[in-house]
Design a protein around this ligand. Structure first.
Ligand code: MEV
Length: 441
């Protein structure tokens, strides 16, 4: 493959031809294959093309629905865009389990986002710190014009702090600004404010008055939002948990709590544990057009806030009650960005009854908690493989191009046998070389 200049300037067709010539030996049927995933409505495809650069086609993910979620007394069906088998089924099972035990409860703990102007300052630090309250008041006044719309919606810039990081890196300081971005995720709005603040401090902190001007390094939103926090929990008297695969409710509750404790104290387990939580979280985040990279990065930082990576969920057993909860920082939006542009995101938000950002945070936290409950419940009772294996089997059968008849037989055959790629292939080979239909076996 030769280096190519100006790839982005080529038409979609030319981009595709370059790809086909360089990676698929000029096979035009591959071009048709890619084109097969384009949307039949050219206007919608134009929107998709504009989401990102050099778009040649669309990349599909399954969109599933997990129904029967009772959250704060209201029923929800959760839209989930995810490719991993068993996740949607596990969520639906957990929803049903808690439906008869009071459902899920949620609250917003706080709702504040952060942006930073990073700069070096080699002037009179003491004077800067002393004068900062006056500088801050005038900064807030000067960025007022950028905040009119957000203020009218009930939000806006909340505060600006001067943070001294010079003990970590010579001369390093930052303006740490906080914002209420209402129903938008708010990154653009925050970045606009920050860049203006960066210009303003260069004007206000002069060489004459402070011995040096601030040297701006960069201005950017922080994806770590520990003060934009949703809590979700489930609770019930222990005996209401019922018998779990032959295990008494008391033993199940104790074993479950120990499993959570392991994730609290061991980063290896915590990583897998939290990965499962993000199975539920990311699927809803993607379906509602939000930024799963930001949400994941934030969640993992929050999970490390005590100095060691730990569990995002917690469990208690007190006075005969089982309680299981999650605190999850979530910077999400229900207006702006993809929410108005992606046709399926619009429909997913409709399925959730057009939530505001706070409601979506709570629904997403429930998704994470439900997924974790499903995984830990399975692992501490029947084991994780039982649920996974049917889906796994179906995927293997699909890969081996099994007929409907062969599939039906395989599901029955593997009920009490170990599912592995080799075992499934051997079974199919037997059927196929004997030229016998499964029914004859
Ligand atoms: C698999 O995608 C997720 C689990 O490993 C989560 C967990 O171990 O808690 C089942």
């Amino acid at each position: 493959m030769k280096k190519i200049d100006g790839y982005s300037k080529l038409s979609k067709d030319q981009q595709m031809n370059w790809l086909i010539d360089n990676f698929f030996d000029g096979d035009k049927t591959v071009k048709d294959e890619f084109a097969g995933y384009l949307h039949r409505n050219p206007e919608i495809q134009d929107d998709f093309d504009e989401f990102a650069e050099n778009t040649i086609t669309n990349f599909y993910l399954p969109l599933g629905i997990a129904p029967n979620f009772l959250i704060n007394g209201e029923m929800y069906a959760l839209p989930m865009a995810i490719e991993e088998s068993s996740v949607v089924a596990a969520m639906s099972k957990t929803a049903k389990f808690w439906l008869t035990r009071g459902g899920f409860h949620t609250e917003i703990i706080n709702f504040k986002k952060i942006g930073q102007v990073h700069f070096e300052f080699k002037g009179n630090v003491e004077k800067l710190k002393k004068d900062f309250p006056t500088i801050k008041a005038s900064l807030l006044e000067d960025v007022e014009y950028l905040n009119i719309n957000m203020k009218a919606r009930g939000g806006g810039i909340l505060d600006i702090e001067l943070v001294d990081l010079s003990h970590k890196e010579s001369h390093l300081f930052q303006l740490k600004a906080s914002f209420d971005t209402c129903d938008s995720m708010g990154a653009n709005y925050i970045n606009t404010n920050l860049e203006e603040l960066a210009t303003l401090i260069q004007e206000k902190i002069t060489e004459e008055a402070y011995g040096a001007k601030p040297y701006i390094i960069m201005s950017i939103v922080s994806n770590y939002t520990p003060d934009c926090l949703a809590r979700a929990w489930v609770e019930c008297p222990i005996e209401e948990l019922g018998i779990q695969n032959g295990i008494s409710p008391q033993e199940f509750a104790t074993k479950f709590r120990k499993a959570i404790r392991i994730a609290e104290v061991d980063p290896h387990r915590a990583t897998t544990h939290n990965k499962g939580i993000f199975n539920g979280v990311d699927a809803i985040i993607i379906a509602t057009g939000n930024d799963f990279r930001a949400v994941e990065a934030c969640g993992h930082t929050y999970a490390s806030r005590g100095g060691e990576y730990s569990s995002l969920t917690h469990c208690s057993i007190e006075e005969g009650r089982f309680k299981f909860w999650i605190d999850l920082p979530l910077a999400v939006g229900t207006v702006g960005g993809l929410t108005q542009l992606h046709p399926l995101v619009k429909r997913c938000l409709q399925i959730l009854d057009f939530p505001d950002a706070k409601k979506l945070m709570q629904v997403v936290a429930v998704g994470g908690l439900a997924q974790n409950f499903a995984a830990v419940r399975a692992m501490t009772t029947v084991g994780i493989q039982k649920g996974h294996m049917k889906m796994h089997l179906l995927n293997i059968l699909k890969h081996l191009e099994a007929t409907e008849e062969e599939k039906e037989y395989a599901i029955h055959y593997f009920k009490d046998k170990v599912v592995s790629f080799t075992n499934v292939r051997v079974m199919l080979d037997q059927i196929r070389t004997n030229h016998s239909t499964p029914k004859n076996l």
